[in-house]
Design a protein around this ligand. Structure first.
Ligand SMILES: NC(=O)c1ccc[n+]([C@@H]2O[C@H](COP(=O)([O-])OP(=O)(O)OC[C@H]3O[C@@H](n4cnc5c(N)ncnc54)[C@H](O)[C@@H]3O)[C@@H](O)[C@H]2O)c1
Length: 353
């Protein structure tokens, strides 16, 4: 078992192991003194792991309540969020009680925002069940739901009290959901760790625990330095400027990881066109995405993407901050003037290596 400690607004551990889900109730009990545990999950994850978690929590003395919503990004909206808040209020959840997010990034982001805002903050534990949630969304305290105008526009920074990551839960993931998580791992390698990037040339399944641990450490270091995303943390948004636009344009029929993969490809192409990275860097990155059967292009036009980008949080005034690679393992932040966005994206879309 590996323990990685995050030192942000809260100090908390990310525990990574295999089989630790069996001990979830007692592990949660160590960080939360409340009487009630509110499990928040989606229907797919509930069918697979819901009962095991509620039993474990109940066996450790909690009154257990559970809120289940339909799986998928389409549920990550204000309706689900408010319905959850009303459910918690109806169950008289207390500030000392704990909300336990069980699932991928969607349950994690919704439950986290509820934990941040219900009675101005309750206990909060993340139990990631997707690769994406294990390497990225469960750590660092970003919580949100989507609005019609764009992704994650309604949310808060709220760190969990604990992240319990049991790798054995990933064994039931459909191939596409696993692949989606690989996009965030590839991103991690490109922004901060060339060795991680190189190691992904061998199948990630064979080195899962090591890779998850490395990604969590990268995220931990970045969050420790810049919890509220004034600077360094923006690097984690590599691929996400274009990626979020693609998700929005597809009405969320394209998954987060696949949209981010296409975003990584286009943003790397933009970097190459600007003379910031070499052709070898560009082809290495595209080759890695192809190795994991992830998309390296999008059918949306530069104009459509630019319009969608403008409602993103990464816009500030007349500029939009894009993360651009200079080599594998190193990215920089580049402010793109809004009036140049369309042609910049067009240049990225024209690359075919
Ligand atoms: N908060 C952050 O820092 C952060 C970072 C990256 C992404 N995100 C968000 O995360 C979301 C994407 O996360 P995701 O890809 O985990 O999506 P998700 O939570 O919708 O999970 C994807 C699918 O996998 C299913 N699933 C989950 N665990 C399973 C398991 N163990 N076995 C079988 N099926 C399982 C779910 O039911 C769902 O259908 C997006 O909304 C994105 O914006 C947040």
């Amino acid at each position: 078992m590996k323990t990685i400690t995050v030192r942000a607004a809260k100090i908390y551990d990310v525990i990574i192991g295999s089989g630790i889900f069996n001990e979830a109730g007692s592990v949660v009990k160590k960080v939360s003194g409340g009487l009630t545990a509110a499990v928040v999950t989606d229907d797919t994850v509930d069918d697979l792991y819901g009962n095991k978690l509620t039993d474990s929590l109940a066996n450790n003395g909690y009154r257990v309540i559970k809120y289940v919503f339909p799986n998928g990004e389409a549920s990550k909206n204000t309706e689900t969020f408010l319905s959850l808040i009303n459910f918690l209020a109806g169950e008289k959840l207390d500030r000392t009680d704990v909300i336990v997010a069980l699932g991928g990034g969607v349950p994690g982001d919704i439950a986290g925002f509820a934990a941040a805002s219900y009675k101005r903050g309750t206990g909060f534990v993340q139990i990631p069940t997707t690769l994406l949630a294990a390497v990225d969304s469960s750590v660092g305290g970003k919580t949100a739901v989507n609005l019609d105008a764009g992704k994650n526009l309604f949310g808060a920074f709220y760190q969990p009290d604990l992240v319990l990551c049991d790798i054995s839960l990933l064994s039931t993931l459909p191939a596409e959901v696993f692949q989606s998580g690989c996009a965030e791992i590839i991103k991690c390698g490109i922004i901060a760790d060339r060795n991680l990037f190189e190691s992904l040339k061998s199948p990630v399944q064979k080195q899962l625990k090591d890779v998850i641990t490395r990604c969590v450490k990268i995220k931990r270091d970045i969050v420790n330095e810049d919890e509220f995303e004034h600077g360094t943390r923006k690097l984690l948004n590599f691929g996400h400027t274009i990626g979020h636009a693609i998700e929005l344009l597809s009405d969320y029929s394209i998954s987060h990881g696949f949209a981010v993969a296409a975003g990584i490809a286009v943003e790397t192409a933009i970097s190459y066109k600007m003379g910031l990275c070499s052709k070898i860097c560009l082809s290495d990155i595209l080759e890695m995405l192809r190795l994991y059967d992830l998309p390296v292009a999008t059918s949306y036009s530069a104009d459509e993407i630019a319009q969608a980008c403008l409602s993103d949080k990464k816009r500030s005034g007349d500029y939009l901050t894009m993360v651009l690679p200079v080599e594998t393992g190193k990215c920089i932040l580049k402010d793109i003037p809004v009036n140049k966005l369309n042609e910049t994206i067009q240049e990225g879309l024209e690359i075919d290596v």
